[in-house]
Design a protein around this ligand. Structure first.
Ligand code: ATP
Ligand code: MG
Length: 554
């Protein structure tokens, strides 16, 4: 028991205690509550994992709730994208709920507050209301409308809801405490007039509820036992509880608990900011492979397993911290190593000709994935004319250079041992072709004495006449600053890396010819690459997902 509770996160510990003290296990219920004003990002993976894992652990339902109270920012396309991303992560929700489905109930409860003299219509401008709020150390000023009669409030609020009054003419405020040390308790606005159509309720409503009023009451309607939110909502908890006490409740009264948001270095995680990157064309869309959105990460080649492993490793904490981007990449590499088939590709080619090779071609064998020997072997075409990486040849090499040079031997992966003989240059002095000889008895896996000879380097290669030419997108970080949105003087957009995408061509062995978008490969010695959604049968496009090693730290 001791051991077990140690491995629980603090929220699980709270819930375990609640099961003993105040709530039946079968009445536990959780929710994941995105606002449909953008695509989900890596931070949401943490919140979704947290809630859905609790659902699994306690065998309790988890609702997907769209917190849709700002019609000017919300769209049905975001609802659809959010559902798609959660399904891709492997999560299934119990009910699909919308705060907008509760607009009528929320309206009725607002009238209830008015009739109990717990809410009033304020007809001052938002500026004046803000000025009267005071500061944490200076108490606020009571609005002259605070003493309006219940009857007048009731009538005015109904008129507001019907569009009798223009935007900004009135708001409905909870009547709480203008001297509270918690500024959020100083008669917060709970409704504003908004003459905007809503993606689900159309033009029915001319008033829309504010987040604080909506969230807790929605939790209550859905009978959510534990409402988990990020730390910035901690000061809102007093208000959350006030609103739940204000309405007539029986059944379960939800409890709010806060956890630390996920912050990732070199990344912004705010839908508003991500939307800016999209709207101002810094990226090609919400699913640009450089974006920290779930759809961007998916297109880049991230797997649900790697994202969940990342969130698990980062942990659920009570205090904010920044997680290194390299941890995310570590989790990705770790998973791709297990699942990605190996192939050879050459990104920066130079011709290699084997002068004593006289066959027209032959087919060699290479392991599909050494982590999974059961998968067996693939056939790799070999011939007299190959491509190797330009960086793998040097005419004069230092002692530490274990790749190809004149007079030295290296192995061609899954093939033969070769020896550098000579090379040619063009008139600009660039090397255009390297010539070598091969040891015909040294074929990998043939069992011969020559095949067992040890040489220092092994190079990847492709056969010129068999290789497919592909387009490759190579990405660098989208921001060149570790915390782009934490600069006082500067905007996060000032830190966008202008060189975050490089498009190049490469040659790859032919076994990938019918690879479909989303499929992932390890290009040996280069990294993991996946097929982009724009890829077509004869026009293959790959994204570099991540290198084999962490190169950033250097
Ligand atoms: P954004 O500022 O990106 O719009 P948000 O908090 O307004 O984020 P919501 O759609 O309201 O986004 O969030 C849905 C849920 O995901 C909430 O419970 C929220 O607390 C949580 N969440 C959002 N961002 C993060 C993050 N970076 N880390 C952990 N949880 C997050
Ligand atoms: Mg938000």
């Amino acid at each position: 028991m001791e051991e077990k509770s140690k491995s629980l996160n603090f929220i699980e510990q709270i819930i375990d205690k609640d099961i003993v003290e105040r709530i039946e296990k079968k009445r536990l219920r959780f929710r994941f509550p995105p606002e449909p004003n953008g695509y989900l990002h890596i931070g949401h993976v943490k919140a979704a994992c947290l809630n859905f894992n609790l659902g699994q652990r306690y065998n309790a339902p988890v609702n997907l709730r769209f917190d849709d109270t700002n019609p000017q920012n919300e769209e049905i396309k975001y609802v659809q994208a959010i559902k798609k991303d959660l399904k891709w992560l492997g999560y299934d929700w119990d009910k699909e709920c919308y705060a907008s489905d509760y607009f009528e109930q929320l309206f009725q409860w607002a009238l209830f507050l008015i009739d109990k003299d717990m809410a009033y219509v304020d007809s001052q401008s938002s500026d004046v209301i803000a000025q009267q709020k005071g500061t944490p150390t200076k108490q606020g000023i009571l609005s002259p409308n605070r003493s309006r009669s219940r009857e007048d409030n009731h009538r005015l609020f109904i008129e507001m809801s019907k569009g009798v009054h223009p935007e900004g003419a009135h708001v409905l405020r909870a009547k709480i405490d203008m001297s509270s040390p918690n500024m959020l308790m100083r008669d917060p606005i709970i409704y504003r007039v908004l003459n905007k159509p809503h993606h689900r309720t159309g033009t029915k409503w001319k008033v829309y509820p504010m987040y604080d009023w909506t969230h807790g009451e929605s939790d209550y309607i859905e009978q959510i036992s534990h409402s988990l939110c990020t730390l910035e909502f901690k000061p809102h908890r007093e208000l959350y509880n006030w609103f739940l006490e204000a309405i007539p409740t029986k059944d379960i009264v939800p409890k709010q608990t806060e956890f630390a948001r996920l912050n990732l270095s070199f990344t912004v995680t705010s839908k508003r900011k991500l939307k800016k990157l999209v709207d101002e064309n810094y990226v090609s869309g919400w699913d640009d492979p450089r974006m920290p959105t779930i759809s961007g990460l998916r297109r880049r080649g991230y797997t649900p397993e790697s994202l969940k492993q990342f969130v698990k490793t980062a942990g659920i904490a009570k205090r904010e911290n920044v997680i290194e981007l390299s941890l995310l990449e570590f989790c990705l590499r770790d998973h791709l190593n297990k699942i990605a088939p190996r192939v050879n590709a050459v990104l920066n080619p130079i011709k290699l000709t084997i002068i004593n090779y006289n066959k027209s071609e032959e087919w060699l064998e290479g392991e599909i994935n050494p982590e999974k020997p059961d998968l067996g072997y693939r056939k790799i075409p070999f011939s007299k004319n190959l491509y190797i990486e330009r960086e793998d040849f040097k005419e004069e090499a230092s002692k530490k250079f274990f790749r190809l040079t004149i007079g030295k031997e290296v192995r061609l992966k899954n093939g033969y041992i070769i020896k550098g003989e000579s090379f040619e240059r063009d008139k600009n002095g660039n090397i255009t072709e390297v010539f070598c000889t091969y040891d015909k008895d040294s074929k990998s896996g043939s069992g011969s004495e020559a095949s067992k000879r040890k040489v220092k380097g092994t190079l990847h290669w492709v056969s010129q006449k068999h290789a497919l030419k592909i387009r490759v997108n190579i990405y660098d970080r989208l921001f060149f600053d570790p915390s782009p949105d934490h600069h006082k003087e500067k905007d996060f957009l000032d830190f966008v890396n202008p060189n975050s995408l490089k498009v190049t061509t490469a040659y790859v062995e032919p076994c990938v010819s019918d690879a479909k978008p989303g499929q992932c490969f390890q290009f040996q010695r280069l990294g993991y690459f996946n097929v982009d959604k724009e890829s077509k049968m004869l026009d293959l496009v790959f994204n570099k997902t991540v290198g084999l090693r962490d190169n950033w730290s250097k």
